[in-house]
Design a protein around this ligand. Structure first.
Ligand code: NAD
Length: 254
């Protein structure tokens, strides 16, 4: 039978492109999102490609994750791939001295504890299939702008959780991480909402490859890591950022 992939935050943005990519690889896709309107829309959008199922899922709520996994197993009988993509994707908060404990905790609950909970309840099934986990972190796990402490710390935690799980779950389940740079997700929101691109020509030129990322740039790497050709790869972080993280920043170089 077909492989089954669970994509958290699959309703919009990068997650929507990951749903599209894994469907095209012939997998059954569970598009799990806290926003059911978005999940339903993604499922309807791609239903002609293959089997895609929208699931109400809050990665930060243990009972929601537990019930969601049970629903998947009841309906599809197996789980092969978990993509931990759901996240609060806006990195900027108040400066740390004004940052409330609640706001800090909200970032950690969704972006880091969400990865823990989804992985914890998926692993028994992933192990049966010799499956894999792919976590979506961020280049902000490695470098920062001002006032991004909660987001950066949550994503740094995802990097560490990736190698820790990779070692604990070997040799049965591979666990890898992707750290995207600036990905333009405006065209990938629900209802094809007309969010204007936020980038300037200078932003594009600043990138060594001359452009900003697209959700598919991340989805292609997910598709690669999710197949057996990647069976020698575990515990790794793959930076997909158009070369920004390796660019020397001295002076006014474009
Ligand atoms: P997005 O906001 O377009 O989509 C995120 C999706 O996750 C939404 O559909 C949202 O409803 C869902 N979600 C939010 N909280 C959830 C929860 N508690 N449970 C389940 N679903 C939830 O964001 P995006 O830009 O596509 O980001 C996806 C992932 O990629 C995030 O983890 C983000 O941190 C990461 N990322 C994004 C960028 C970028 O430039 N867009 C860069 C680096 C990393």
């Amino acid at each position: 039978s077909q492989k089954v992939a669970l994509i958290t935050g699959g309703g919009q943005g990068i997650g929507r492109a990951i749903c599209h990519g894994l469907l095209n690889q012939g997998m059954t896709v569970i598009c799990a999102d806290i926003d059911m309107e978005a999940a339903d829309e993604t499922a309807a959008l791609y239903s002609d490609i293959g089997t895609i199922h929208a699931l109400s899922f809050d990665v930060s709520d243990e009972s929601s994750v537990q019930e969601g996994l049970q629903n998947i197993i009841d309906e599809f009988g197996r789980l092969d791939v978990l993509v931990n993509n759901a996240g609060i994707s806006t990195p900027f908060t108040d400066p740390i001295e004004d940052l409330s404990l609640d706001e800090w905790q909200r970032y950690l609950d969704v972006n880091l504890t969400g990865v823990f909970l989804s992985s914890k309840y998926s692993l028994p099934y992933l192990r049966e299939q010799k499956g894999c986990i792919i976590n979506i972190a961020s280049t902000r796990a490695l470098q920062s702008e001002r006032d991004t402490e909660a987001y950066a710390a949550s994503k740094g935690g995802v990097l560490a959780l990736t190698h820790a799980m990779a070692i604990s779950q070997a040799p049965d389940v591979r666990v890898n991480c992707i750290s995207p740079g600036w990905i333009e997700v405006g065209d990938w929101q629900k209802s094809r909402s007309s969010i204007e691109p936020m980038h300037s020509p200078a932003d594009l030129a600043q990138h060594p490859v001359g452009r900003i990322g697209q959700p598919h740039d991340v989805a292609y790497m997910v598709c690669y890591l999710a197949t057996d050709v990647a069976s020698f790869i575990t515990g790794q972080n793959f930076v997909i950022d158009g070369g920004m993280a390796v660019k020397m920043q001295y002076g006014d170089t474009q």
